[in-house]
Design a protein around this ligand. Structure first.
Ligand SMILES: [Zn+2]
Length: 152
């Protein structure tokens, strides 16, 4: 799913290709899906794919809310505490030599679909209202132009 790179929530270092990592898809601080394995640099681990709709995952990734998006933790940094906020992006795109251990397993667990929150619903409603107002304005402008033509 495009080139995604993160900083580990525990050690703060960039997560590099083929390092063992745990990835958590978060929405409002809750884990919807998780996977563990060797990182691919594409926001997933080798041989696993997110089950949630990719467009919705992008929404969570880019909406700027810290408790939405993907949290990444090296498998050898993980202390058993589930993350509630997403990872910082790595500007270097995960470039560099792997330092952390490879993962011995490759797992994926799906818990819940992404369901729009009240906040998202309000935002979408706002956009819809704006769209309605704009179409109305355009229709009025067209009508006005028609009338102008008739007067000629
Ligand atoms: Zn780490």
């Amino acid at each position: 799913m495009g080139c995604f790179s993160y900083h580990c929530k525990e050690c703060g270092e960039a997560i590099r290709e083929k390092e063992g990592v745990k990835l958590y898809l978060l929405h409002e601080g809750k884990v919807l899906e998780e996977m563990e394995g060797n990182y691919t640099l594409y926001g997933e681990v080798e041989g696993k794919e997110w089950k949630n709709d990719i467009d919705k995952i992008f929404d969570l990734h880019f909406n700027n809310f810290r408790n939405d998006g993907i949290a990444a933790i090296h498998s050898d940094c993980f202390d058993g505490t589930l993350p509630t906020t997403s990872s910082e992006d790595d500007e270097e795109q995960g470039d560099g030599k792997a330092k952390h251990a490879k993962s011995k397993k490759s797992t994926h667990t799906y818990y819940k679909p992404i369901i729009k929150s009240k906040r998202d619903i309000e935002r979408d409603k706002g956009l819809e209202d704006l769209g309605d107002r704009m179409s109305k304005t355009i229709a009025e402008a067209e009508k006005f132009l028609e009338e102008l033509k008739k007067k000629k």
